[in-house]
Design a binder for this molecule. Structure first.
Ligand SMILES: Nc1ncnc2c1ncn2[C@@H]1O[C@H](COP(=O)(O)OP(=O)(O)O)[C@@H](O)[C@H]1O
Ligand SMILES: CC(=O)N[C@@H](CCC(=O)OP(=O)(O)O)C(=O)O
Length: 257
């Protein structure tokens, strides 16, 4: 089966221009088919605060009212997405920046949870695999930001880790997919502040133990939940680390057993 690399980069990496450029250069060196997904939560929170709107998150997801939706759209689909596309073009990749609304790539519905109104936040229903295949077959490199749509005219803010996992699962019928989550730490760590304490391998049962004893917490829980969902849905491999797309990887490899 042909290989496909799906790479997600987190908001703390995007904030560091040199690190971002290094990662994008590494990504552009890949010869396989590839898709990039980026977050940007950190910059969205900073801009929101500057504009006098206090950012609110619940269980790792942003409560996205009408004003916050304007901010995240400007930040994710605008500044961050277009900066990444420009860097990739400079490295020779024919990158195309997308939200889930463009070419009807990712449909979602408003996240419904009792007692909490997330506002314009989307849970994914469907990925347009055919449109993605057509783009990649024309040598286009898709670059997704953290926005989807509901087909009724609403953009919906959607966790970037979840977008990466949904794209990976949906394309695993056509490709052998490697899903790579890059963030600011060296991998999943035994001690959250010690980059030398990387856990090399985690399977489903060790994951449960590490959650229970508190080693894995906060943003790492939804990230790994998404990662294990992707593996269950046929993705070939999942890696979580700070760097290493085309080159040697240092970080954590996930497996079901
Ligand atoms: N065991 C762990 N190892 C590494 N990071 C952890 C761990 N437990 C919790 N975390 C936290 O998870 C965060 C990564 O999740 P998140 O902020 O959602 O990433 P991203 O920037 O990719 O969106 C890290 O910044 C760290 O604070
Ligand atoms: C619904 C929801 O929470 N969306 C995220 C999307 C951005 C994101 O996922 O960014 P990182 O990868 O940098 O965390 C948010 O607005 O923070």
């Amino acid at each position: 089966m042909e290989k496909l690399k799906i790479v997600k980069i987190g908001g703390n990496l995007i904030d560091d221009d040199q690190k971002l450029k290094d990662i994008l250069q590494d990504f552009s060196n890949l010869n396989d088919k590839k898709i990039l997904i980026h977050g940007g939560g950190k910059l969205a929170s900073a801009l929101s605060t500057q504009l006098g709107i206090v950012p609110k998150l619940h269980e790792g997801r942003r409560i996205t009212d009408k004003e916050s939706l304007k901010i995240v759209t400007m930040v994710y689909a605008g500044f961050i997405n277009k900066s990444i596309v420009a860097y990739l073009q400079s490295f020779g990749d024919n990158a195309l920046g997308l939200t889930g609304a463009d070419l009807d790539m990712i449909r979602s519905h408003r996240r419904i949870v009792t007692n909490i109104d997330y506002g314009f936040v989307g849970d994914i229903d469907e990925v347009n695999g055919e449109a993605l295949l057509n783009l990649m077959n024309s040598n286009v490199v898709p670059v997704f930001c953290a926005l989807t749509h509901n087909g009724k005219g609403d953009l919906l803010n959607t966790n970037a880790d979840t977008i990466a996992s949904a794209l990976a699962a949906s394309l695993s019928a056509h490709f052998s997919v490697d899903l790579i989550y890059l963030f600011e730490k060296g991998g999943v760590l035994h001690k959250p502040d010690d980059d030398n304490s990387v856990i090399d391998n985690i399977n489903l049962s060790t994951y449960e133990k590490l959650k229970k004893d508190g080693t894995i917490s906060s943003g790492m829980i939804p990230k790994l939940d998404n990662a294990f969902t992707a593996l269950k849905e046929g993705v070939s491999s999942v890696f979580v680390g700070a760097s290493g797309i085309s080159k040697e990887r240092k970080g954590t490899i996930l497996s079901l057993d």
